[in-house]
Write a protein that binds this ligand. Structure first.
Ligand SMILES: [Zn+2]
Length: 132
């Protein structure tokens, strides 16, 4: 059942939930937010560590083969993600989490919810042409 008309109820269900937060502390991450992001990051770290272990466990591929190249790519991407995730965990510990690395503006909460290890705010990311 599809409706073309967007009801006000749907519009009110934004990911940031402004009604609860208010505009003042929109960008400020509360301790419970940090705890949630830390949990998400730890889950990601577990996931990427498992991925890396999987790649390393299948160590019987011959070097120089397409399989070896695919394994190397997988391992490299898992390591890169681990580096990003661990850097974000350190930023939480040091109280620097959620600030853009380039302009030091707070990274929107909605963006952190999608990419908890994000380093740049939306505009800096677009400016850099980087994906993270
Ligand atoms: Zn920025």
């Amino acid at each position: 059942m599809k409706h073309q008309v967007i009801s006000p109820d749907v519009l009110a269900l934004g990911p940031e939930d402004h009604a609860v937060l208010g505009s003042e502390d929109h960008a400020v991450l509360r301790p419970e937010d940090l705890a949630a992001f830390r949990a998400a990051l730890l889950a990601q770290r577990r996931f990427h560590l498992a991925r890396l272990r999987d790649v390393q466990a299948t160590g019987t591929v011959r070097t120089g083969t397409p399989e070896a190249a695919a394994h190397a790519r997988k391992a490299a991407s898992a390591r890169m993600m681990l580096t990003d995730v661990e850097a974000a965990l350190i930023r939480i510990d040091e109280g620097r989490y959620g600030a853009c690395h380039r302009c030091a503006e707070p990274i929107p909460r909605a963006q952190l919810e999608v990419v908890p290890h994000a380093r740049y705010c939306g505009s800096c990311r677009r400016g850099r042409g980087a994906r993270r």
